[in-house]
Design a protein around this ligand. Structure first.
Ligand code: SAH
Length: 515
């Protein structure tokens, strides 16, 4: 055992939940968050996130309180000291919370992550560091520029172009092949002049990458002598990374991201907000991303405990006489096992009943808890479950669901002579939208609605001032009734068609002919 490990195991176990994860969010492309980072977000009670951390990543932590501590775009300035204090304060709240501090790029490449770690150490709060993919390497990579290359560069240095913080010591860098400048886009004139004065060849290839790895990525190229002018002409601003070195030339042959079909896709550069009134991963988001969109997932509901736990527990404790348990969502599975645990029971309690899942996703949730569904309809949905459940007339089917369950399943089963019972297992309530979430929603080009209830929830939460793309004529009608006026209807009831409708809607929203 190493000295380190023994020190860890001998420290007294602490009962407090207080813990801070300093997480590198990656440079912008949400796919560049690490698996460890995603896991830390899933466990968080509170998340403090940056201007440069893609807000899409908050979909990993719908349960957490989210606090925007970015300094851009918001009038009130939050100082680093205030952020440090807030991290510690949140971690200590209510006997200890898990805090995720989500920072753009890597935690320790500028951005003052070291100071946040020090604040935790000083306060005695245990913490971890989850390194991220830094923009210093990823933004050039997405522009087709490798920071090293056997032929062209054997070393690279990352420097701040912020002259206040930096103070150039460019002579010291004379042996370094590739220079990567962060935060320097405004000072490029000065920086390139200083680099040339320090002996770098003015003809050295250079490239500046703005919003690297995102659908908004833009690149300007030139030489050390011309790059500042090229950046001005292209109108590039922060956040941007500038690469100076022979490797910048390789973009001509290695360009890949900003020429890919998704980058030029119909939704390139557009933001689509995907509203969700159910749990589970969003296949629609993936389709939208494949068309080039930035996706903002907006949960419109949240799950709460049943209003009458005593009644539920009485129903669950004694299942005699029940032939079938019907589970019609992942949340139902989660809540069922929560309540079994609260009752001091486990999966064996269900051995006397048969269990039906509404679709493969719910069946998978069951299997994760060691229970194989006895029945899953061929096509997912309450209608199919009601029609196909292999039960005999007179048998009792107990539907464990929320207070807003629709009647379709009940009607289908009763029509077949079954006895339908319902117990409120959990409640669905309108989600609360934080002010930053509302703000981001307002900036979306189009919002997708998959159901009438999504339309009503969205109207209640954030108003009706958005163009919306909807799943079908029924949802369109509900959306109009809720007050939405710019409604684009999918050609058919598929996610592909809904993604196409979103593209159409966002085009209409930005074309000059739009009202
Ligand atoms: N920790 C971050 C850097 C924080 S300093 C990292 O490892 O990436 C902020 C600077 O990072 C910005 O001024 C810009 O120079 C750079 N930056 C961050 N994200 C970027 C992106 N998507 N594209 C280009 N530059 C980016």
């Amino acid at each position: 055992m190493t000295a380190d490990a023994s020190a860890r195991t001998s420290s007294a176990p602490t009962s407090s939940r207080a813990f801070v994860s300093l997480i590198g969010a990656g440079p912008g492309d949400p796919g560049l968050l690490t698996l460890r980072g995603a896991e830390a977000l899933r466990q968080a009670d509170a998340v403090l996130f940056d201007y440069l951390a893609n807000p899409e990543l908050l979909r990993f932590c719908p349960q957490a309180e989210t606090i925007y501590v970015g300094k851009k775009g918001f009038s009130e300035y939050i100082s680093q000291e205030q952020i440090n204090a807030l991290i510690v304060q949140k971690a200590r709240e209510e006997g200890g919370k898990r805090v995720a501090r989500l920072k753009g790029g890597d935690v320790f490449v500028f951005g003052r992550g070291g100071e946040e770690a020090e604040a935790c150490a000083q306060a005695g709060i245990p913490f971890e560091v989850v390194p991220g993919v830094t923009s210093a390497i990823a933004a050039p990579a997405y522009a087709g520029i490798p920071v090293t290359h056997r032929e062209a560069a054997r070393s690279f240095a990352v420097l701040t172009g912020n002259t206040r913080e930096g103070g150039a010591h460019y002579e010291k860098l004379s042996g370094v092949d590739t220079l990567v400048l962060l935060m320097g886009v405004r000072n490029l004139d000065q920086i390139s002049a200083d680099l040339i004065a320090a002996g770098r060849d003015p003809q050295t290839p250079a490239a500046t990458v703005q919003w690297g790895t995102t659908p908004r990525q833009r690149v300007a190229t030139g030489t050390l002598a011309t790059i500042a002018q090229a950046v001005r002409e292209a109108g590039l601003e922060a956040p941007a990374v500038t690469v100076v070195g022979e490797v910048a030339r390789l973009r001509d042959t290695l360009r890949w991201f900003d020429t890919s079909p998704a980058f030029g896709g119909p939704l390139a550069g557009r933001t689509v907000a995907v509203t969700r009134t159910r749990d589970g991963a969003s296949a629609l988001s993936d389709l939208l991303r494949a068309r080039g969109a930035s996706v903002l997932e907006v949960p419109l509901i949240r799950f709460a405990d049943t209003g009458d736990e005593a009644a539920l527990h009485a129903r669950l404790r004694d299942l005699s006489g029940v032939a079938w348990l019907l589970l019609t969502s992942n949340q139902a599975v989660t809540a069922l096992f929560t309540h079994l645990t609260r009752l001091g029971l486990d999966a064996r309690h269900l051995s006397s009943v048969r269990i039906a899942a509404v679709g493969p996703s719910t069946a998978r949730s069951l299997l994760e808890r060691g229970v194989r569904a006895d029945f899953v309809p061929r096509a997912p949905g309450a209608r199919h479950l009601g029609a196909e459940l292999p039960a005999r007339p007179g048998e009792v089917a107990l539907h464990l669901t929320s207070q807003v369950a629709e009647d379709e399943l009940e009607r289908g089963l009763k029509a077949r002579g079954l006895r339908y019972e319902r117990a409120e297992l959990y409640r669905t309530e309108p989600a609360a939208l934080s002010e930053p979430a509302r703000e981001r929603l307002r900036q979306a080009d189009v919002v997708t609605l998959a159901s009438g209830s999504a339309a009503r929830h969205l109207a209640a939460l954030a108003g009706t001032g958005f163009p919306v793309a909807v799943m079908g004529p029924q949802t369109a009608e509900a959306a109009r009734a809720a007050g939405f006026t710019r409604v684009t209807v999918a050609q058919e009831a598929t996610l592909e068609a809904l993604a196409d409708a979103a593209a159409q809607a966002s085009e209409a929203a930005t074309s000059p002919a739009a009202p």
